[in-house]
Design a binder for this molecule. Structure first.
Ligand code: NAG
Ligand code: NAG
Length: 236
């Protein structure tokens, strides 16, 4: 009796030590690994990305040179690397198109009104990094419609982790039914369920309502880079 009890106790202590070791590794990882957010524009036109942090987390305002992402030229020339702040971060990335550039009076150029991306229809990439154990989660939402094809591709994650490319690589604006076309481009955004079903059939790895999930499951931990690609090649 005493013997079996002490074996049990030993097993319990061993299990606890294992849990502690795992917890230490998991907790140690995100603080040592600062991830980057890369934005790449493969569209045949420029985009002006807007990265918006969720309430309560710091913004991601600048690239490595301390510059805002600004205009990303088309055809792959526009590439920006922004550092996520340390710790947990979550927010959204949209691509604005056809933006007017205005002077601020002091010689600086500022982005004025844009043809698409300021309001629905707009494709919204949602990203969170630095969650418990270094967890990352991401999706491309078509709940507010579609303006630019976009996918999210993590890089630099541990082997065996599922960090698939998710989003919508199809140019839904080009195929958009006449009644769902946005006034200055894009498609949908009116919230009709027929629209959502039409989007989902073409882009099963995008989200089309608040409870929708991707056809491809994700289980992503501690990627070193989250890349948002605008107008990816449809077969990539
Ligand atoms: C959300 O979208 C999914 C996928 O198209 C669909 O199966 C589900 O019924 C939708 N839910 C609501 C509340 O519309
Ligand atoms: C993030 O990007 C910077 C600048 O390109 C680079 O020096 C750094 O190593 C990157 N961080 C990670 C975690 O890859």
């Amino acid at each position: 009796m005493a013997r079996s009890l002490s074996n049990k106790t030993l097993a319990a202590v061993e299990a606890l030590m294992m849990t502690l070791a795992l917890a230490t590794t998991a907790a140690g990882q995100p603080t040592t690994t600062a991830a980057n957010l890369t934005l790449h524009n493969l569209c045949p036109y420029p985009v002006w990305p807007l990265v918006t942090a969720n309430a309560g987390v710091p913004s991601v305002p600048t690239d490595a040179d301390g510059e805002p992402a600004g205009r990303l030229d088309g055809n792959g020339e526009g590439l920006a690397t922004l550092a996520f702040p340390p710790g947990a971060w979550s927010g959204r990335v949209v691509a604005r198109t056809g933006c007017a550039i205005e002077g601020d009076g002091g010689g600086e150029e500022i982005v004025g009104r844009c043809a698409t991306g300021d309001a629905p229809p707009v494709t919204v990439a949602q990203v969170s990094v630095g969650g418990p154990g270094g967890r990352a989660a991401y999706s491309v939402s078509l709940v507010d419609g579609f303006n630019v094809a976009a996918v999210v591709t993590p890089h630099g994650f541990a082997e065996g982790r599922r960090c698939p490319t998710l989003g919508c690589a199809v140019d839904l604006a080009a195929e958009c039914p006449v009644g769902a076309r946005g006034p200055h481009g894009g498609c949908g955004g009116g919230g009709a369920s027929s629209e959502a079903a039409w989007f989902k059939a073409r882009c099963p790895d995008a989200r089309t309502n608040a409870t929708d999930v991707e056809a491809t499951p994700q289980d992503c931990v501690a990627p070193r880079e989250i890349k948002v690609v605008f107008c990816p090649k449809p077969d990539s």
